[in-house]
Write a protein that binds this ligand. Structure first.
Ligand SMILES: Cc1cc2nc3c(=O)[nH]c(=O)nc-3n(C[C@H](O)[C@H](O)[C@H](O)COP(=O)(O)OP(=O)(O)OC[C@H]3O[C@@H](n4cnc5c(N)ncnc54)[C@H](O)[C@@H]3O)c2cc1C
Ligand SMILES: NC(=O)c1ccc[n+]([C@@H]2O[C@H](COP(=O)([O-])OP(=O)(O)OC[C@H]3O[C@@H](n4cnc5c(N)ncnc54)[C@H](OP(=O)(O)O)[C@@H]3O)[C@@H](O)[C@H]2O)c1
Length: 387
């Protein structure tokens, strides 16, 4: 069944997934008719079967289609030949399928939750197939997830790999877009393809009622035959449980709240977490503040990040990510737990850049003593800011 499902998924959905550089994702919750008339009924083709409610992790860029419904197991999918009558019935069904119901709720054939790269890509492909849908996004503007990140952030992925299907990113192929250019691109992409995105709609419930899903946002209800959850992997800040014991005189920001060094007060800064966010932020704040970086990175890219890397090394990394370290290969499945449970390797700012900038690398932060952060080696740091 799996191999058959893959074969047919490839016919209908791989191009869709390749839109955002992913051919390892097989999570699609839509009914689709392949060009040769095979109807894929309901649900998701999911490469792994995680516990209900768990996020489904994928190996490249930590992009995740979360599984909120709690019903994420591998589902049997039955390919069926579709008769002409069925195709006509489906067509009229599609035409009827977006409407407002008497109780004020709205019905759509497909609801996509999240209008980032993943949600817009799915929307683009549904639109191309004339399948009706709506995209709901919590943010006030399309691209705001990027806009809200720190001011100096640039993508580490070159422009040639940062565009979505149908419209390449409008920048030189081996340049690295700023976070605002990325946000503007996403906004323009939705406008260009006239994608029906409703912003300011934070979904807070998803349940199954009889033969349909009910998507809730406050007192608004959307009924759908299919739901695609594309809410992203980096939307919920991860904050250590002891963070609220930090003394109130110390400025505390999560990286999602950090914009620029002027948010900090005078005195030393402890940056907790040597992932890419921690390394880039520590590097930036070290220009104005004595800086500690706590924790060990899970590796570093062994080449300098820049145009040459984008031209020659990035395609290789991408190939490995998409064709070798995927959930379809034993080596990919073996590596998956490590990939999803630890931070990504350092890409742009490396340990030697940090050392050269005067950042002191210290062990993991494990708790608080009298409101001050303590490290794994027992040291208590006297700092004015913690990020
Ligand atoms: C600092 C930082 C830098 C990054 N740089 C890169 C990079 O250079 N290259 C790269 O490939 N990746 C990068 N990433 C990862 C990047 O965010 C993802 O690759 C990409 O944005 C994932 O797209 P997405 O659509 O899955 O999720 P997101 O872009 O996170 O979009 C999810 C959307 O869902 C919406 N949403 C979430 N919950 C709800 C809800 N309950 N109701 C309604 N809407 C909801 C959000 O508002 C958001 O618009 C970076 C991540 C971070 C944190
Ligand atoms: N320029 C860019 O394009 C750019 C910039 C930043 C981020 N990103 C991307 O954004 C995504 C998120 O990156 P991120 O850096 O925010 O998160 P991340 O990759 O999850 O890294 C978080 C790091 O914090 C560590 N950590 C957690 N608790 C700690 C503690 N108590 N003490 C010390 N260290 C602790 C983690 O270590 P453990 O894993 O051991 O717990 C991990 O190394 C990644 O995909 C990344 O590549 C891109």
């Amino acid at each position: 069944m799996r191999s058959k499902a893959r074969k047919h998924t490839g016919e209908t959905l791989l191009d869709h997934m390749q839109a955002f550089g992913r051919d390892d994702i097989e999570t699609v919750m839509v009914d689709l008719t392949t060009p040769d008339g095979v109807l894929w009924r309901s649900g998701a083709v999911i490469p792994a079967a995680p516990a209900p409610g768990e996020e489904l992790g994928y190996l490249t860029h930590h992009r995740v289609f979360a599984c909120l419904s709690g019903d994420c197991g591998l589902q049997e999918i039955t390919p069926q030949r579709v008769s002409k009558e069925e195709q006509m019935r489906r067509q009229s069904h599609v035409e009827e399928s977006n409407r407002r119901l008497d109780d004020g709720s709205e019905r759509f054939e497909t609801v996509i939750i999240g209008g980032g790269q993943a949600g817009l890509s799915v929307g683009h492909h549904l639109k191309r197939r004339d399948l009706p849908f709506v995209i709901l996004d919590a943010n006030e503007g399309i691209g705001d997830s990027w806009r809200k990140r720190w001011d100096s952030l640039r993508l580490f992925t070159p422009a040639r790999y940062s565009g979505l299907q149908g419209w390449p990113f409008p920048a030189p192929a081996v340049s690295f877009p700023t976070k605002d250019e990325m946000a503007d691109y996403l906004e323009a992409y939705a406008a260009r393809f006239d994608l029906p995105v409703r912003t300011g709609v934070a979904v807070d419930g998803l349940s199954r009622e009889a033969d349909r899903y009910v998507v809730a946002s406050g007192d608004r209800r959307f009924e759908a035959e299919h739901v695609v959850v594309a809410t992203g992997a980096n939307q919920v800040p991860k904050v250590p449980s002891f963070a609220d014991e930090l003394h109130s005189s110390i400025v505390q920001l999560h990286s999602s709240q950090y914009r620029h060094p002027s948010q900090l007060q005078d005195g030393a800064v402890l940056v907790v977490g040597a992932g890419n966010s921690g390394a880039e932020i520590a590097f930036e704040v070290s220009r104005t503040h004595p800086t500690y970086l706590s924790g060990k990175p899970s590796g570093q890219l062994p080449v300098r990040h820049g145009p040459a890397m984008a031209r020659f090394v990035f395609p290789v990394i991408r190939f490995v990510g998409h064709h070798v370290l995927t959930l379809r290969s034993p080596i990919g499945r073996k590596a998956q737990p490590k990939f999803i449970s630890h931070g990504a390797p350092l890409i742009r700012v490396k340990l030697k850049d940090l050392a050269a900038a005067g950042v002191e690398q210290v062990p993991r932060t494990v708790g608080m003593e009298d409101g001050r952060p303590t490290l794994e080696d027992g040291r208590v740091l006297d700092v004015s800011n913690v990020i």
